[in-house]
Structures are given as structure tokens and as C-alpha cells.
Ligand binder design. Structure first.
Ligand SMILES: *Cc1c(COP(=O)(O)O)cnc(C)c1O
Length: 405
């Protein structure tokens, strides 16, 4: 049972007991049927092929290719390496720059580094929170090697617009589609746009393989190259190709988990939608916090719950996150700091980059707890908590100003 707040002193940020005993996170943490996971595991256990394109990986690649309505799927040990190796393969030779948004996944600049490229951070569209055709085109120059089209956390980016910019400039395009794995864009399942699309199966994503990633593509030669690159560059027994090989294979146990998770994905999405509707009805009575709505035309996965904190809400986004986190409501700032505000040493020459829209938006959104471990009752408790802090805002603000948190 959640703990009730009778007075402002009961808030955990002022020393009270957190409202939840167990943290409520923004990770999906799907727990597919355990027997299904074991049944799939028997496939590789019996054949004693634990890695190197074993039966679970082959089945998973086939199932994911069908799921995304695309010719090829190649699995990897993580979304990170799926992206890094795909970018490295597709980048135009002797060009050095990769265009990507700054308001995106925190390790995206590192992915570029591992692929040997320097990021050029583009602006985002304030409505979609994602890069679009114009913000992408504004960054193209003669040194552009590739465009990384990243979907935002809710809904899809301007897929066709960015594809057109890439085509007109003859620049390869790879999508980071981790957050749009379930969505459709103009009637077509995400997965066959650009030259390739990359996905993650980390436990916090919609499809849980404990960890792992994959790419989808209709380019057969790219698929072949990537299948070799993830396994040391082997192209035959004791024969390595000329490409840079490394070990980024997905092991069979992870593939078995991903298969069990994929079996339940539609059901999961229905539950996610119920969570979203619970937030939607609860937040309707609170002014100053508005959910980003899902676009029903894109047949959403309803995985992430993102809210906008407007100026009518009495606290800043960061204060709100701090108050909630103390209560074990593990809300998180939406992609903050943006990448150009936290540059690694080798990118310090970019430190004067100004992206006004990105900087403004990065202070206004937060992710709310969601996923398979959060019940609708938990959501109503979170709403009650938000209502309580809204109601007692003045006193809370005074107390906050007196303590260093
Ligand atoms: C999680 C994530 C990744 C990285 O995937 P891993 O499998 O954790 O390496 C890349 N891009 C986005 C948008 C992500 O959310």
C-alpha cells in the first residue's frame, strides 16, 4: 500500500517515508512467460550451439524481419554496436561527419566515435521534439558521411522528409528506431526506411532480450557485411574478410528471451495503452503538466510516458524530478543534458555550439514511470502525489528554498 501524505513534512524530500517501497522506474522490464523462455532455450541447449548464429538467433532474425516487414535482420550484442557497426559500414569513405540531433540518447556521440566519425548536432522541431528535413538539411556540407535519423521517445520523426534530404544529397541514412520499434509510419511498419534501422533489446525497451540489438535492412550486401563484422569479420572457416571485425554477437540465451518477449509484444502494448489512459485521465485535472499524446495513425506502442512541464506548474522540471525521485517515483529528465552541452574531450572545439530550441526544450519534459512493473494503481498514486504537491506548492517552495537538496 502506498504511504499517505498528511502534511508537507511527510514528503520524502523533507525526510518522510517515500510513497513507494519499491522504486517505480521508466524501464519497460517485460517479464515474458518463463516457460516460453525455457522452451526457446531448449532449442540451443539441445543443439549445444550457444552462440555464432545458433537456432534461436536464426529464428529471431526471421521473426523480426517479418515483424518489421523487411528482407533482412541481423542481431547484435547491443543496440550500441548495431548502430556503431552499421554507421561504420554505410558512411561515405573519406568523409568525417555524422549528422544527429543533440536532444537524443546520451551515448549517441560515443557511438559516432566508435564508428570513427565526428557528430554534427542538428536542431529539433519543437512540435515533434525530433530532427526534421529542414534541421537535417541545414547541417549538410561536403564532409557529411552519413545521417543518423533518430526517432523521439514518443511518436516518429519526419521519416519521409529526412529520407528525401538524404536522397537528394546522396548521403546514406540510418535510423535509430529504438523508441519506435512498434510504430507504423504512413501505413508501413518502422524497419524498412533509410538504408537501415537499428533497434535495442535491452531490458528497458519494448522487446526484452535481457540485452541485445538488431538492425533491419533491405540491402542484402549490407546485411552480409554486418553479419560478418559482428563475428570477428569471419566470412568462412578460418577466413576473415577485409572489414574491421569485432565480437558483437548476440548469444542464444538472449535470443531465446527476445523470442519469448516478441510473442507477447501486442499484449504488452495493450497494457501500455491502459497505463497511458490512466495517466491521461488523472493528469486532466492537474494544470501545468500535459502528456505528449500518441499519434493514433502511427499505431503506437505506448511505451513511454512523457509530460511537458509548463510555466503554470509551480515547480521547475528539475525540482519536480527531485521531489518525485525522493518518493521512489523514478521520473527522469527527457534527454537532458542535450549532447552538445556535455561534450567529451575530443569534441571540446564544439563547445560554443548553440541550439536554442534544443536547450529550451531540454528543460521542459520529463519521463514518468511506465512499463510492465507499473500498475494503474501505482499511476493513480503518482497522480495523487502530483495533486498533493500542486496543492501545497507554496509551502513546499518555501521549504525547498531553505534546504539544499
Ligand atoms: C537504449 C538506446 C540505445 C542503445 O541500445 P543498447 O542496446 O542499450 O546499447 C540507442 N538508442 C536509443 C534511442 C536508446 O534508447
Amino acid at each position: 500500500m502506498p504511504r499517505v501524505k498528511n502534511s508537507v513534512d511527510d514528503l520524502a524530500i523533507f525526510g518522510g517515508d517515500p510513497i513507494f517501497v519499491k522504486p517505480k522506474s521508466t524501464s519497460n522490464l517485460a517479464t515474458p512467460n518463463f516457460s516460453a523462455f525455457l522452451d526457446y532455450s531448449r532449442l540451443f541447449y539441445r543443439e549445444k550451439q550457444y552462440t555464432n548464429n545458433g537456432p534461436c538467433n536464426r529464428l529471431l532474425e526471421e521473426r523480426l524481419a517479418r515483424f518489421h516487414d523487411v528482407d533482412h535482420c541481423i542481431t547484435f550484442s547491443s543496440g550500441f554496436w548495431a548502430l556503431a557497426l552499421t554507421i561504420q559500414k554505410l558512411a561515405l569513405p573519406s568523409k568525417n561527419k555524422i549528422i544527429m540531433p543533440s536532444l537524443t540518447y546520451r551515448r549517441m556521440a560515443d557511438i559516432a566515435s566508435w564508428a570513427g566519425l565526428e557528430p554534427v548536432f542538428c536542431e529539433v522541431n519543437p512540435t515533434s521534439l525530433a530532427m526534421d528535413a529542414d534541421t537535417t538539411a541545414a547541417c549538410i556540407d561536403t564532409d557529411t558521411a552519413i545521417i543518423l535519423g533518430a526517432h523521439p521517445i514518443v511518436n516518429c520523426c519526419d521519416v519521409h522528409g529526412i529520407e528525401q534530404v538524404a536522397r537528394e544529397n546522396r548521403i546514406p541514412l540510418v535510423f535509430d528506431s529504438v523508441e519506435s520499434v512498434f510504430e507504423c509510419y504512413e501505413g508501413r511498419r518502422i524497419g524498412s526506411f533509410g538504408n537501415a534501422e537499428a533497434f535495442s533489446m535491452h531490458a528497458c525497451k519494448l522487446i526484452n532480450g535481457f540485452g541485445g540489438g538488431y538492425i533491419t535492412t533491405n540491402d542484402e550486401s549490407l546485411a552480409k557485411d554486418l553479419a560478418a563484422a559482428r563475428g570477428f569479420g569471419f566470412v568462412g572457416i578460418d577466413t576473415v574478410g577485409v572489414t574491421n571485425g569485432m565480437n558483437a554477437k548476440l548469444n542464444e540465451m538472449h535470443a531465446a528471451m527476445a523470442l519469448a518477449s516478441l510473442d507477447e509484444v501486442t499484449n504488452q502494448v495493450e497494457l501500455n495503452q491502459e497505463r497511458f489512459l490512466a495517466y491521461q485521465s488523472g493528469l486532466a485535472t492537474i494544470t501545468g503538466i500535459e502528456l505528449i499524446e500518441f499519434n493514433p495513425d502511427q499505431r503506437p506502442g505506448y511505451k513511454n510516458i512523457v509530460a511537458h512541464i509548463s510555466s503554470t506548474w509551480p515547480f521547475s522540471r528539475d525540482e519536480t524530478v527531485q521531489i518525485l525521485n525522493a518518493e521512489k517515483v523514478l521520473s527522469r529528465a527527457y534527454y537532458d543534458p542535450p549532447l552538445h552541452k556535455r561534450l567529451p574531450n575530443h569534441l571540446q572545439h564544439q563547445k560554443n555550439t548553440k541550439l536554442a530550441t534544443t536547450e529550451r526544450l531540454s528543460k521542459q519534459y520529463l519521463n514518468l514511470p511506465c512499463g510492465q512493473q507499473v500498475t494503474t494503481d501505482d499511476i493513480f498514486t503518482i497522480i495523487e502525489l502530483l495533486t498533493f504537491i500542486h496543492h501545497h506548492a507554496e509551502l513546499i517552495k518555501i521549504k525547498l528554498s531553505k534546504c539544499v537538496i
